[in-house]
Design a protein around this ligand. Structure first.
Ligand code: TNX
Length: 506
């Protein structure tokens, strides 16, 4: 009785959604068509996965948990050897190679939703797309309806990332997991963790315990700091993996190393430990590049880090080493590349590393210097695009923003969205580019609320730059879709910046 009364109320006040093309998706899919009916997720809905494809089961379970979070429904998840007549069905494709690893097809009929992908990543992204058709949280009795139609989708770039600087200010495991969830919602697949800097060393290294005992003991402003034990770090890696996110750990060197230099006297050329540093200057520290112990130290750190890293990359930093003469910097980077390779991983570094002789599978992260990056491309390196003036999440929105910095300019939501990776820097074109990354440096960012304010609403835009082809993107249309997400941000209690450029729908 109560339920049918509420259903009646619903049908009087709300039309069921029937036009799938009206749904605001971010990132925008390759194509969406509508067939003008709706699918109802209810207590009776079963989520099936194709028998023999056990990797799809985890995504089926993830979808069931999300549905349970939205409404008080607990869909059963089970394998099937036949295409079901009703429910939600996750399956493989018939050699649909255009979809790649991360693409998917969804067909929504009145009784059956079929998801097809070449692997679990594509299925996971299909689920993220479907979640954007549903409310963040439903009201009691409100049916969960999805408009019928089809969606075909695959990404423009394989690397779609963000960086979190946990060195300037330390963030808890739970904060990092929350950040990972934000990435996954928008189909981003890389989290670069900036694990060490002048102000803090944040990852336990068992063979050099003082790095965290001393180097992890503080942060910008002088508060307590912190670090991840190897076990906690592995937990983050696992959580990320379940959401198709690869963690790229960064140990910044030879500069940005005061926390290490304060922990171990022998890493300094003069053999004296430095003082811990809690300010925000850059470019004053360097490892002693011509001491053998330095390379023993790096080898130990890289070995322990590699053991915690299923992903292919180790980030070696390399930026702003203003007190390392170039004649020392180049052989240092050359040798560190060999160390990383000897542990079976690929090197990624900030664009300055292109001044060295790059190994053939090295990746250069463009942040400010066209010349460095072009040097990298000329050596055959791939590029990750993180232009500070467009993609730095620590840049202020405008002159009234109280958090963040503005050395690269103000980055309003339109500035962050309106650029194309493949045409930004002359000489760097699509075939050189792995993808996009938006870094959040945290000199001024102290807690999750601050993170959210800088990240939202810009992050979905970076996700779309990485996912959606440039011909399908334009600011005037995007801002309408972003506006529809305001309600979602509110329902998620996200502390977002209400940019005056977005026509928020209240
Ligand atoms: C430059 S970008 C840095 C960081 C700072 C950031 C602040 C880069 C590779 N280095 O050390 O945190 O500016 O925006």
């Amino acid at each position: 009785m109560v339920i049918s009364g509420l259903m009646f109320l619903y049908s009087c006040t709300n039309q069921p959604p029937t036009d799938l093309t009206k749904t605001a998706f971010i990132p925008k899919p390759v194509s969406v068509t509508a067939t003008e009916k709706s699918f109802d997720i209810s207590d009776l809905t079963t989520i099936y996965f194709q028998q023999g494809k056990d990797d799809l089961k985890t995504t089926g379970q993830y979808f069931a948990e999300e549905i349970n979070r939205i409404a008080d429904i607990e869909p059963e998840v089970r394998p099937t050897s036949e295409i079901p007549r009703k429910g939600i069905y996750l399956s493989g494709t018939d050699n649909d190679s255009e979809l790649g690893n991360e693409g998917y097809n969804i067909t929504i009929d009145k009784k059956l939703i079929t998801i097809k992908a070449n692997g679990n990543a594509g299925c996971f992204y299909a689920v993220q797309t479907l979640l954007q058709t549903l409310p963040v949280e439903s009201k009691p009795g409100q049916p969960l309806l999805i408009a019928t139609g089809t969606i075909r989708d695959f990404p423009e770039y394989g690397y779609r990332g963000a960086m979190l600087d946990v060195a300037r200010h330390f963030f808890s495991v739970d904060d990092v997991k929350q950040f990972i969830d934000y990435l996954a919602t928008y189909k981003m697949n890389v989290l670069h963790l900036h694990l060490s800097d002048d102000q803090g060393w944040r990852i336990e290294i068992k063979s050099w315990p003082k790095l965290t005992e001393i180097g992890g003991s503080t942060e910008v402003g002088g508060s307590k700091g912190g670090f991840y034990t190897q076990e906690q770090y592995s937990d983050i890696v696992k959580y990320a993996h379940a959401r198709n996110v690869t963690i790229i750990p960064e140990i910044d060197m030879p500069g940005h190393t005061n926390a290490a230099l304060a922990s171990y006297a022998e890493l300094n050329c003069n053999g004296k430990a430095t003082k811990l540093y809690t300010g925000t200057d850059v470019g004053f520290s360097t490892l002693c590049t011509n001491k053998e112990i330095t390379y023993k130290f790096i080898d130990d750190v890289v070995r322990e880090l590699v053991a915690l890293t299923p992903g292919p990359y180790i980030h070696i930093g390399g930026d702003e080493s203003h007190v390392t003469p170039m004649k020392d910097y180049i052989p240092f980077v050359n040798r560190v590349q060999k160390i990383v390779a000897s542990h079976g991983k690929k090197v990624i570094g900030w664009d300055e590393i292109a001044n060295a002789t790059l190994t053939k599978d090295a990746t250069v992260q463009y942040w400010a210097n066209d010349k460095n990056t072009t040097k990298g491309v000329e050596q055959g390196a791939k590029v990750v695009m993180s232009p500070a003036a467009k993609a730095y999440l620590d840049m202020q929105y405008d002159s009234t923003t109280t958090l963040g910095l503005h050395w690269a300019g103000y980055v309003e939501v339109n500035v962050g969205y309106s650029w194309k990776p493949a045409t930004l820097v002359p000489g760097i074109s699509k075939e050189n580019i792995l993808g996009v990354e938006a870094p959040l440096w945290t000199e001024t960012i102290k807690n999750l609320d601050d993170i959210e304010y800088m990240v939202f609403p810009r992050l979905p835009g970076y996700a779309e730059i990485g996912w959606t082809a440039p011909k399908d993107r334009n600011w005037d249309e995007y801002k309408q879709r972003l506006a529809a997400f305001g309600k979602r941000f509110e329902a998620q209690n996200i502390n977002f910046y209400r940019s005056p450029l977005i026509p928020w729908k209240d």
